[in-house]
Design a protein around this ligand. Structure first.
Ligand code: PEP
Ligand code: MN
Length: 344
């Protein structure tokens, strides 16, 4: 069950409701928003009598039964789409958001050059890994703190916001000091200790789908973040493992529509990791616009041949500019369909 308290309900009213819910055998997770407190009652308690009690309890605005195993992130809980403000940009709002940049931050020259180009071409958020999850321990692991500082420098120069990966619970505080959006990579989607720590962090999260994870598992991981206090979660489809070898991963493009039905959270598509090939990125980005994703996250490098990671899927600067030009008419249609969807 999800219980919305009235705006400005008193602390006594909230405590009383929590106590009563516990008496019915539920565990309580509260989310304290700017205006109101929302209480999630989870577990194997007695739903019907508890709902009856809640209808009469002072300070309660509404109490609803949620049948999905993920509660806070479900559409049943909240019909309107979640909009996440990141400085001047809004993810999940009326703009199609492009996040772009190199797989890894490699040097000041590299990140500055990419940042200038992607900002001028219309991206709103700069990506770049400072902590890299690499399959081999012998491959480049990222510049770590130095990389975060370079990202901050690029933000200062261009006005772009920063999305960067946090690999471990231990680094949450450090990464949060520099990032506007904290990325949870595919390999960490079910790192529950990390998710709990990020739940307590106030930065928006970009949660990438694990390469062998179902959408239900993705939503359960998002639920961890929200249940632990962070409602600003964006989901990211980045391709999954299948028997197909022509592409690095298989893009589950329908995931965007499925997620739009099941959750109010914004959905971002990553055509770079989904395909693994730069020649396939622009067309998949178009598909992301057409299917109603809220944005894309794309890898771009000034010299992909020399990239420290993911060169094969990185667009050149010129290819990125061309992709942005080609996306324009599709994004225009996307905007019109958003307006229509919001008004019907
Ligand atoms: C990345 O964004 O560079 C990355 C490692 O992505 P994923 O976790 O989706 O593999
Ligand atoms: Mn990458």
């Amino acid at each position: 069950m999800i219980i919305s308290m009235r705006k400005h309900a008193s602390k006594e009213e909230i405590d009383h409701v929590c106590d009563r819910i516990r008496e019915f055998g539920f565990k309580v997770h509260s989310i304290v928003g700017d205006e109101r407190v929302v209480i999630g009652a989870v577990g194997v308690g007695d739903v019907t009598p508890c709902l009856e009690m809640l209808e009469a309890a002072p300070g309660v605005e509404s109490a609803v039964r949620i049948s999905a195993p993920y509660k806070f992130v479900s559409r049943e809980f909240k019909a309107e789409r979640t909009r996440i403000r990141v400085n001047g940009a809004e993810v999940g709002g009326d703009e199609f958001i492009v996040m772009a940049g190199p797989c890894s931050v490699e040097s000041e020259k590299q990140i500055m050059e990419v940042a200038e180009v992607v900002a001028t071409a219309g991206a709103k958020i700069l990506r770049g890994g400072a902590f890299k999850p690499r399959t081999s321990p012998y491959e480049f692991q990222g510049l770590e703190l130095e990389g975060l500082k370079l990202l901050a420098k690029a933000r200062e120069a261009t006005g772009l916001s920063i999305v960067t990966e946090v690999l471990s619970e231990r680094d949450v505080e450090m990464v949060a000091e520099y990032a506007n959006i904290m990325q949870v990579g595919a390999r960490n989607m079910q790192n529950f200790a990390l998710l709990k720590a990020l739940g307590k962090c106030q930065r928006p999260i970009l949660l990438k789908r694990g390469m062998s994870s179902t959408l239900k598992e993705l939503l359960m991981s998002a639920e961890y973040l929200v249940a632990h206090g962070n409602p600003n979660v964006m989901l990211c489809e980045r391709g999954i493992r299948t028997f197909e070898t022509a592409t690095r991963n298989t893009c589950d493009i329908t995931a965007v529509s499925v997620l739009n039905e099941l959750t109010h959270l914004p959905v971002i598509l990553d055509p770079s990791h989904a395909t693994g090939k730069r020649s396939l990125v622009a067309s998949l980005a178009r598909a992301a616009v057409a299917i109603g994703a809220d944005g894309v996250i794309v890898e771009v490098h000034p010299n992909p041949e020399k990239a420290f990671s993911d060169g094969a899927q990185s667009l050149t600067l010129e290819m990125f500019r061309a992709m942005m030009r080609d996306l324009k008419p599709y994004v225009q249609l996307w905007k019109e369909s958003r307006v229509t969807a919001a008004t019907v």
